[in-house]
Write a protein that binds this ligand. Structure first.
Ligand SMILES: [Zn+2]
Length: 434
């Protein structure tokens, strides 16, 4: 009888896992759509914009305080929310040009605060205290560079502590001893998930903190949290979730936080062709909320660490932003020599408000490489608009149909012989005829 009862309980638990009142990924997405407060594309956010966001949080009643200054004397802030025993610590933008999570953190605290009457928020509030440092590297953020003003990568300064930002981060950890750390970054837009041509829009890593990777229960819990986040994000970006390279870096914060007793989950936001930065903010928000609610209501225990281990590893070198297949390339100085091959070109990373150049990376038979955008240009001659087309030059390209007669040495080629297509600044300035 007792046995039967136990089986019944098990069946009941498997049908109704512990997350009875947990929010679904769609509900988190809807909450973000309705309540998010970040309204600037993350790559355009400066320190003063962060300060405006934080003023908004304060007005909502969220605790925000200055906890230190950057090398160039910019204020660094910590947000605190919740009254529970479990201590969660999150920090973003220690690399100045990796901004997505800063906006997602602002949205997270705004949405938690605005929804304090909801059961799922109450559960978080009473079980955990969340502290977050958005934009740990405001000097780097203001010039959109990875490093701080001293030219030091803060994420390689966990042991030397030569930067005020690294010193502060370590102090905030040591004084509080949080149980989980979320280390929030951006990765290259052309990183892919596994042996595919799918961009890794989000990649995770459970950081061990030692070269031998000796697992303890906290690592297993963090793997379950990543499994929960992966399941949630699979509703929106299936196939676009990767596992970040698991390489031990003795001077990095993630590894050292884990070694000091705060096991870290690394979240790296990439890019997704056709989706803007705000979409990735929303994905971050859904990931954060999923991990926090599943931890707060215990439902993380129903996830398997195996689902983390099965994530495809990040890889690179498999995709380009643009591939022009079967190009016949004219060098105007030697028009009799026609070079044939595929052209791969990538767009540089800039703030959204700036025009980003697109640079030719390779001209070759590029069979193993996919383009996020691919064009078969076998019917055309390709000529550099301002400079010869070669690796390293701008992908500013004029296209002429092969049935035309063109004097390639003409002084004002573009005027005298209007091209059939013009590719400029990563766009079709004049699209090829269909
Ligand atoms: Zn980074």
């Amino acid at each position: 009888m007792a046995m039967k009862f136990a089986i019944l309980i098990l069946v009941f638990l498997s049908i109704f896992p512990m997350n009875i009142n947990a929010q679904t990924a769609e509900e988190f997405a809807a909450a973000w759509d309705k309540h998010h407060v970040s309204n600037i594309l993350p790559s355009n956010v400066r320190h003063k914009d962060l300060q405006n966001y934080l003023e908004g949080l304060k007005k909502l009643g969220v605790k925000v305080e200055e906890v230190g200054r950057s090398y160039a004397n910019r204020e660094i802030y910590q947000i605190e929310w919740g009254k529970g025993a479990t201590k969660i610590f999150m920090w973003s933008q220690m690399h100045g040009d990796e901004p997505t999570a800063t906006s997602a953190l602002i949205d997270m605290f705004a949405i938690l605060q605005k929804n304090r009457d909801q059961d799922w928020v109450k559960t978080i509030e009473k079980t955990m205290t969340i502290r977050a440092v958005p934009m740990l590297n405001p000097d780097g953020a203001d010039v959109y560079l990875r490093r701080n003003t001293l030219g030091i990568d803060i994420n390689r300064d966990a042991l030397n502590l030569k930067t005020p930002e690294a010193l502060l981060l370590k102090k905030l950890r040591d004084e509080w001893s949080p149980e989980i750390g979320f280390n929030l970054h951006n990765q290259n837009a052309l990183t892919v998930a596994g042996s595919t041509n799918k961009q890794a829009a989000v990649s995770f890593l459970v950081v061990y903190g030692d070269a031998e990777k000796i697992a303890n229960p906290a690592h297993e819990r963090n793997k379950r949290l990543v499994a929960a986040m992966t399941q949630a994000l699979n509703n929106f970006i299936p196939g676009h979730i990767g596992r970040y390279d698991d390489e031990y870096t003795s001077t990095a914060f993630g590894d050292n936080f884990s070694a000091w007793g705060t096991p870290v989950i690394l979240i790296e936001t990439g890019a997704l062709h056709g989706k803007d930065e705000m979409f990735l903010v929303k994905m971050n928000f859904i990931a954060f909320m999923t991990s926090l609610t599943s931890l707060a209501d215990g439902s993380e225990k129903s996830f398997s660490p195996v689902n983390y281990e099965m994530l495809p590893n990040n890889s690179s070198g498999r995709i380009s932003h643009f591939v022009f297949r079967n190009a016949s390339i004219i060098n105007r100085e030697k028009p009799e020599e026609i070079l044939t091959g595929d052209i791969a070109a990538n767009t540089e990373r800039r703030r959204a408000e700036f025009t980003a150049p697109t640079i030719i990376r390779r001209i070759d038979r590029l069979n193993g490489l996919s383009g996020l955008e691919e064009y078969d240009v076998s019917d055309y001659y390709l000529v550099g608009r301002f400079q010869p087309l070669k690796a390293g030059s701008f992908a500013e390209i004029l296209f002429y149909h092969k049935n035309r007669t063109v004097d390639w040495t003409a002084a004002d080629l573009e005027k005298q012989f209007p091209p059939d297509g013009i590719f400029s600044l990563g766009k079709w300035h004049k699209p090829l005829p269909k």
